[in-house]
Design a protein around this ligand. Structure first.
Ligand code: GLU
Length: 369
């Protein structure tokens, strides 16, 4: 079957930008850049999400191990990011391709306004035939505003701009099954239609000293993107012309097929764009209502509240046995919810002295897992 991919996000992992001898820039990246330029020239819209800033900084500062110390890691990122962009500027320049640097933290995607703003900027760059090159702004990212790994970042970017295809380039051929003893790699899995627990289990981490994610974060990234209707490919970026061959359907790597019943952009933003600091535990009646009847969450179904949150924050909803059920934007702060849990909506005003809504979480703001 031949597909037409128009907007493609390509993620390059650190293992493609560093050699085993701690040198920055292996030869692979020049070939990848050439492929991206060819695609751009054939009319495709391309966004590159690149890792490698910390790895490049480590090489430049002659560090043998990935720093555990956060300021040193952030210093490496600052040194490495400019080296990285300088390298890309040179490589893309050989093909007369204009590029743009975009550094993001989770904060830009957590706020709906800056989410839309970031989207508009990226789309404007694409309209001007530019290839945006995105990385996490590691130098300023602290835990609360971190994506953590670029597999996740690339998946969120793919959703942000409604891409058709996300390509995760790494240094292995794709996802492998496990051998029967569960210890080694079996066969390459060419197509994944559903990301089942068995598939998640196959994602044995293949981390090296430069990288963050390994296969586990790639599977998570694929899960998010396919749910948003985006096909995902894991390909070996060390193989020449791998992107072109994969797009020509020559059976390369592992392809995760996009889901047809994709969730809306707003619900995707709630699901993946927002971090949560709180948890609401609900009874079985409320569980049935939100999971199977598409209802909103009312105070009567709430049995316990954990963590901290204010009205408008994203929270996780769990069942009484600790089963994760949904995520949503809550209408009441934790302090208010503690007072109205287990009560009828008609009692909210009497208890709190005010009422925003009958619902704790309205179904339009609720994403069921
Ligand atoms: N942002 C990190 C860097 O540029 C990479 C994170 C990752 O490897 O996923 O070094």
């Amino acid at each position: 079957m031949t597909y037409t991919w128009n907007r493609i996000i390509v993620k390059v992992g650190t293992s493609l930008l560093t050699t085993p001898d701690d040198e920055f820039l292996s030869s692979y990246i020049a070939g990848i850049v050439k492929e991206l330029c060819n695609l751009r020239q054939s009319g495709k819209e391309i966004i590159l999400v690149t890792s490698g800033a910390i790895g490049a900084g480590m090489c430049k500062l002659s560090l043998k191990h990935r720093p555990a110390n956060i300021p040193l890691k952030q210093a490496c990122a600052a040194v490495g990011q400019s080296l990285l962009m300088n390298t890309y500027e040179h490589l893309f320049g050989e093909h007369h391709q204009t590029i743009a640097q975009v550094l993001l933290t989770h904060q830009e995607l957590a706020n709906r306004k800056s989410y839309i703003n970031t989207r508009n900027t990226l789309l404007t760059l694409l309209q001007h035939n530019v290839i945006p090159i995105i990385n996490e702004n590691d130098t300023v990212s602290v835990e609360e505003i971190k994506f953590g790994d670029n597999d996740t970042l690339s998946s969120l970017v793919a959703q942000l701009v409604e891409a058709d295809l996300l390509i995760l380039l790494t240094d292995i051929n794709g996802l492998y099954s496990k051998t029967s003893d569960g210890k080694g790699f079996g066969e390459l899995i060419p197509v994944v239609k559903d990301i089942t627990p068995e598939i998640v289990d196959m994602a044995k981490d293949t981390k090296n000293k430069f990288s963050t994610g390994g296969m586990t974060t790639k599977i998570k990234a694929a899960q998010m993107a396919t749910m948003a209707g985006i096909t995902v490919m894991i390909l070996n970026g060390r193989v020449e012309c791998i992107i072109g061959d994969a797009l020509d359907d020559k059976g390369c790597g592992t392809v995760f097929t996009a889901k047809e019943d994709k969730i809306s952009s707003r619900k995707r933003w709630i699901m993946y764009g927002l971090k949560t600091t709180g948890e609401i535990i609900i009874d079985n009646g409320a569980k049935e209502a939100i999971l199977n009847q598409g209802k909103s969450l009312l105070p009567s179904g709430v049995v316990d509240i954990k963590g901290r949150f204010e009205e408008g924050d994203a929270v996780i909803i769990n069942g009484i046995h600790g089963d994760s059920l949904a995520k949503g934007l809550v209408n009441y702060s934790k302090g208010a919810l503690v007072k109205i849990k287990g009560k009828q909506s008609s009692q909210i005003e009497e208890i709190l002295g005010y009422k925003y809504d009958d619902e704790i979480i309205h179904r339009d703001n609720l994403v069921v897992f």
